[in-house]
Write a protein that binds this ligand. Structure first.
Ligand SMILES: [Zn+2]
Length: 228
């Protein structure tokens, strides 16, 4: 009886196997879509802060966005930016771009002369269950937990890269309306133990170090995001 059952079972398996052998090979699965939104803060009339070099924050953030975009693109990530030139973009528009992109990460870029190293901010909204009908101004509440996880990945990569990192949570207009993992990054001068500035936020080598580290961290974030 048992042998009969096995035979019947085998026959049942053999048939689909034979059919599968005749079928043309399945096309390779398309790579999972992984979109990063880069938001160069300020722009146009909104100059942002002014750096010691005389450069406006709006230009430094755009330079950083351009640099990051090419690094991420080279790693096979799809990148969408909120601006590509010196133009003013409203906060609501920035959030709209991020939400429309259905991004796996949104990085809002700032630079500052105050503080030191890299400041990472996640929204200070209280985490809530994601909802399709979340109020616009607090839509990020449903994503805060993921945003904190993203900040954690960026934080460990930056620290590993030898950078000083300060983590914080604050009200972030724009980011608070984003329905994706989102963090704001503010690059402050690099300082030595005596608080003496060793690199300004618009220093090319310093920006390259930060951008390369962020790109590596986002690769790691992509791997994590793909895990079921
Ligand atoms: Zn700023």
């Amino acid at each position: 009886m048992a042998a009969l059952l096995v035979a019947a079972g085998l026959a049942g398996i053999m048939e689909p196997l034979a059919a599968a052998q005749q079928a043309p090979p399945a096309p390779p699965a398309p790579p999972a879509r992984f979109v990063v939104v880069l938001d160069a803060a300020h722009g146009g009339d909104d100059t942002g802060g002014r750096l010691t070099s005389g450069q406006y924050e709006k230009n430094a953030t755009l330079a950083l966005s351009v640099r990051l975009r090419s690094l991420l693109g080279a790693r096979g990530m799809q990148v969408i930016t909120t601006r590509e030139a010196d133009q003013s973009v409203e906060m609501a528009k920035r959030a709209e771009v991020a939400n429309h992109a259905d991004a796996q990460a949104c990085i809002s870029l700032h630079v500052a002369e105050t503080g030191s190293g890299v400041h990472l901010f996640a929204s200070s909204l209280t985490p809530a269950v994601p909802s399709h009908f979340a109020p616009w101004k607090t839509a990020q509440a449903g994503w805060v937990t993921r945003s904190l996880a993203l900040a954690g990945v960026l934080n460990s990569a930056l620290q590993h890269g030898g950078l000083t990192v300060t983590l914080g949570r604050t009200a972030l207009p724009g980011v608070d309306s984003m329905t994706c993992p989102a963090v704001a990054i503010e690059i402050a001068p690099q300082r030595d133990a005596d608080r003496k500035i060793t690199a300004e936020p618009d220093d090319t080598d310093y920006q390259a170090l930060v951008a390369n580290t962020l790109a590596a961290a986002l690769l790691e974030w992509r791997t994590e995001a793909r895990q079921p």
